[in-house]
Design a protein around this ligand. Structure first.
Ligand code: ATP
Length: 327
C-alpha cells in the first residue's frame, strides 16, 4: 500500500546564537491512509519540530539538511507558497494543546468557523459559499465534533466555553477543509482526565467515520495507547523504536522505551517514578556520538559511544535502533 505520509532520512538543523542544534537526525516514518500513529518522547525530543515540519511551519531558521517528506504523492519540501496554501490547514491540518491561543477571543465561534470556510474556498480557488451554505456547513462541522447544542455554541465567544468545548471547536475548524491528515500535538494535555478521555473518543470516532489519518504527539503514553495503532518513540531527534502499539507497550526493546514506560504514573494514580530514566536530554548542539541515548543508558557499551545503531526489524511491525536490543 502506498503511504499517505512518508518521511525518509529527514535531518533538520536550527542555527542558534550558541551553535547549530541538530534537532532531527535521520527520521524515517511512514503512515498509511486511515492509520493513527502516536509519537511519544520526553519534552525537547523534537516531536513538535517534526510535526510542524510536516506542515511546513517549522522554526523560521530551521534548515533541512537532507531527507524528504512526501504527502499524498507530493514532495512537501519542494512545494511553493501557493501550493502550500492549498494543503496547509486544508488537506493537512493541526490541533494544539491550548485551543485558546488559536481562537480569536473577540469573535463568536460561528463567525470563526465561517471565516475558516471562506479562507479555504479562497485557498482552493473555489467559488465562495453563500451565507446559507456556510451556516449549513458550520452545523455539520459542529455535529461532527459531537456538539449537541450548535446554536448556543455558534453564538458563544471562546471564553464562554469549557476547555473541552474549545478543543472540539478547534477540531471542527481543522476538519473544515476535509483534511486527509490531522496532526494532533498534545491535544489533551491541558484538559482534565474525564475530558481527555472524551476528546480521545472523539478523535477515534473521526478516524473511524471519516477515514482520517492521524499523527498524535504526546508525552502521555496512556493517551497514545488509547488511540494509536502504531507508535514511534523519539529520543533527542531520533526515532529509536517503532511498531504496533501493543507490541511496543508490552515488549519494548529499546532501553529508552523501557525507561519511558517505567516512568508512567503508578497504579495508585499520580506518582511519577522519576528515577526511571536518570539524566536529561542531551544538548543538541553537541549531541552524544554513536547512540544519542548512550550517556543515560544502563546497557551502554563501547560500540554505543562510537557507532550510531541502525534501525533493525525485530518483528512483523516492530523496529528498534539499539546495539543491545536483543541482549
Ligand atoms: N524556534 C526554535 N529555535 C531554537 N530552538 C528550537 C526552536 N524550536 C524548538 N527548538 C529546539 O528544538 C528541540 C526540540 O523541540 P520540540 O519542541 O520539538 O520538542 P518536543 O519533543 O515537542 O517537546 P515538548 O513536549 O516540550 O513540546 C529543543 O531542543 C528545542 O529547544
Amino acid at each position: 500500500m502506498t503511504a499517505l505520509l512518508s518521511i525518509e532520512n529527514y535531518h533538520l538543523d536550527i542555527p542558534t546564537f550558541d551553535g547549530t542544534l541538530k534537532v532531527l537526525d535521520g527520521i524515517n516514518l511512514s503512515l498509511a491512509q486511515g492509520e493513527t500513529l502516536g509519537i511519544v518522547g520526553e519534552s525537547g525530543c523534537g516531536k513538535t519540530v517534526l510535526a510542524r515540519s510536516i506542515l511546513g511551519i517549522g522554526p523560521q531558521r530551521a534548515r533541512r539538511t537532507s531527507g524528504r517528506m512526501t504527502f499524498d504523492s507530493m514532495p512537501l519540501d519542494e512545494l511553493n507558497e501557493a501550493e502550500w496554501r492549498r494543503i496547509r490547514g486544508v488537506k493537512i491540518s493541526m490541533i494544539f494543546q491550548d485551543p485558546m491561543t488559536y481562537l480569536n477571543p473577540l469573535l463568536t465561534v460561528g463567525r470563526q468557523l465561517s471565516d475558516v470556510l471562506v479562507a479555504h474556498a479562497r485557498a482552493l480557488s473555489r467559488p465562495a459559499l453563500s451565507r446559507q451554505e456556510r451556516r449549513r456547513r458550520c452545523s455539520e462541522l459542529l455535529d461532527q465534533v459531537q456538539i449537541r447544542d450548535p446554536e448556543r455554541v455558534e453564538a458563544s465567544y471562546p471564553h464562554q466555553l469549557s476547555g473541552g468545548m474549545r478543543q472540539r471547536i478547534l477540531i471542527a475548524m481543522a476538519l473544515a477543509g476535509e483534511p486527509k491528515l490531522l496532526i494532533a500535538d498534545e491535544p489533551t494535555t491541558a484538559l482534565d482526565v474525564t475530558i481527555q478521555a472524551q476528546i480521545l473518543d472523539l478523535l477515534r470516532d473521526l478516524v473511524h467515520r471519516l477515514g482520517l489519518t492521524v499523527v498524535m504527539i504526546s508525552h502521555d503514553v496512556g493517551a497514545i495507547a488509547a488511540i494509536a495503532q502504531r507508535v514511534a518513540v523519539m529520543y533527542a531527534g531520533v526515532v529509536v523504536e517503532q511498531g504496533a502499539t501493543n507490541d511496543i507497550l508490552t515488549h519494548p526493546r529499546h532501553p529508552y522505551t523501557q525507561g519511558l514506560l517505567g516512568a508512567l504514573p503508578d497504579i495508585e494514580g499520580d506518582h511519577q517514578s522519576l528515577e526511571a530514566i536518570p539524566g536529561t536530554i542531551p544538548n543538541l548542539i553537541h549531541p552524544p556520538s554513536g547512540c544519542r541515548f548512550h550517556p543515560r543508558c544502563p546497557r551502554a557499551t563501547a560500540i554505543c559511544t562510537s557507532d550510531k545503531p541502525a534501525m533493525t526489524s525485530i518483528g512483523a511491525d516492530h523496529v528498534v535502533a539499539c546495539h543491545h536490543a536483543l541482549d
